[in-house]
Design a protein around this ligand. Structure first.
Ligand code: FES
Length: 165
C-alpha cells in the first residue's frame, strides 16, 4: 500500500503523510495489544475466579462467627473474614440446607485457598479440595479444617471456640 516502498525523500506532503501513517499504525497496534491484554486479563479472571463469592467481615464473638442467614439467599457460598485472622472461612449452604464451614488454609504448607466452581484451589503447589474440604489433588494429604455450625434465629453461628489458625 501507500507506506510500502514509500519514497521517503524530502517532500513536505509525503513527509506529513509518512508520519501520519506511522502514527496511525502505532496507535492501531497499541490498541490491539491493549485489547489482547484486556481480553487475557478477563480470561485469567474467569479462569482463576470462582463463583462470585462475596466476603463478609466480622469479629469472633464468644468463640463464634455470626453470619446473617439471608446472605445465602443470593449466593450459597460466603467467604467469612474473621477480624485479625490471616485465613478466611468458606461457608457453603448445601442443597439439603445444612452448612459447611471450612478454614481456607491449605493443609500442605498453609497457603490461603481460593474458591473454584467445584471446591477450593491452592495456587502455591496446586492442591485441590472439594466443597466438603476433602483432598482431590495433592500434594496436600489432609482435608481442610471444619467448623461446626448452628442456626440461631436469622444468624448462622460458626463455632470457632478457641481455634487459632
Ligand atoms: S501450600 Fe497448598 S499445595 Fe502446597
Amino acid at each position: 500500500m501507500f507506506e510500502q516502498g514509500f519514497d521517503n525523500s524530502y517532500h513536505p506532503f509525503k513527509q506529513y503523510m509518512f508520519k501520519k501513517m506511522q502514527r496511525r499504525n502505532f496507535l492501531s497496534s497499541s490498541c490491539k495489544i491493549c485489547l489482547l491484554g484486556a481480553a487475557g486479563f478477563s480470561l485469567i479472571q474467569i479462569e482463576s475466579c470462582s463463583p462470585a463469592a462475596s466476603v463478609y467481615k466480622t469479629a469472633i464473638t464468644n468463640g463464634e462467627l455470626q453470619v446473617p442467614v439471608n446472605l445465602f439467599e443470593k449466593n450459597t457460598l460466603q467467604i467469612v473474614r474473621p477480624t485479625g485472622w490471616y485465613f478466611d472461612v468458606a461457608v457453603q449452604k448445601n442443597p439439603d440446607n445444612s452448612y459447611t464451614a471450612l478454614l481456607l488454609q491449605c493443609t500442605h504448607q498453609d497457603n490461603q485457598l481460593t474458591p473454584t466452581s467445584n471446591g477450593y484451589h491452592c495456587s502455591l503447589h496446586g492442591s485441590d479440595f472439594d466443597k466438603q474440604g476433602n483432598v482431590k489433588k495433592g500434594p496436600a494429604e489432609m482435608p481442610l479444617h471444619h467448623f461446626k455450625t448452628s442456626i440461631n434465629g436469622n444468624m448462622l453461628n460458626v463455632h470457632i471456640n478457641n481455634f487459632q489458625p
